[in-house]
Design a protein around this ligand. Sequence first.
Ligand code: SF4
Length: 325
Amino acid sequence: MKPKRIGFTTSMPVEVLYAAGHIPIDLNNIFLTQDAEKHVRMAEVKGFPRTICTWIKGNYNAAVSSSLDEVLGVVQGDCSNGHSLLDMINEEDIPVYRFSFPPEKSYAAMDAEISRLEQHYGATRSDTLKTKARLDSIRKKLLVLDEWTWKERIVSGKENHFWLVNSSDFNGNPDKYEEELDSFMREAKQRDPKPARLRLAYLGVPPIFKNIYDAISELGGDVVFNEVQRQFSMPTLLPDVVKQYLEYTYPYSVYDRLRDIKTQLKERSIEAVISYTQSFCHLQIDNLLLKKYIDLPFLNLEGDQPEDIDSRTQLRLESFFEVHA
Ligand code: SF4
């Protein structure tokens, strides 16, 4: 059987797609690494309104312009626009599949949802677990890379973001991803530890700003915790695939995220928090609770378009660093 190119809208049990012999492709990564402005423009030409999140527009156009065989959308536990996005993609004659992270977070419900996924793509649970063990061997290396960011101080927050965010699909080729990761880590191992600077957490969905990590670094801060990107790398490494996707915090409530965040803030001796939100995203509401329950200097930055940070955001960052760095 010819492998299918399956686009997906956010992290989900990627081991199933690999186990079935397909090529999973994270639409967010295609959107940002190709001509992002064009993707947004083309979606708006199609009629997507200005007041819809830019990631949705980018994902839509990435999906319809990437010769995909199917799109897998997460319709429960991710984005409030998920169902409508899939309907629009389906209108372009691309088959869609809907995956849900069960809101009740029970073992039985998650097990059933993963079994449904396995049945749809043609993998058995034993195939999935074998593939998971293979992917976990790469994820173990990402745990080391993450430690090198906050403990050894030889990997930057921007590099940490890059490797963890791409672990959602391993760039469609785990062997190649691992080879490149090994080569990066060999080089990083030779570095001297970076001097101590303001230790920051980056919370929220990955940034749409192209230069946010550079801007933070230029002002004297170091991101030593990338919350959601770290979650994409499934850092708990639980051997049971069902338990792993129950431990994954992003699809569940803000309180699940907070438990993970608070543990990491403490362990990593974080001094201040940058919480990123996307314009027109429902997660802006969760951000209110993050701010309420995190007892550290807290800066909320909002991004809209795939561009360098605007002057207002730059100013807000500078004022924050003047007070806290
Ligand atoms: S940033 Fe928010 S609104 Fe945009 S795609 Fe992600 S979850 Fe949906």
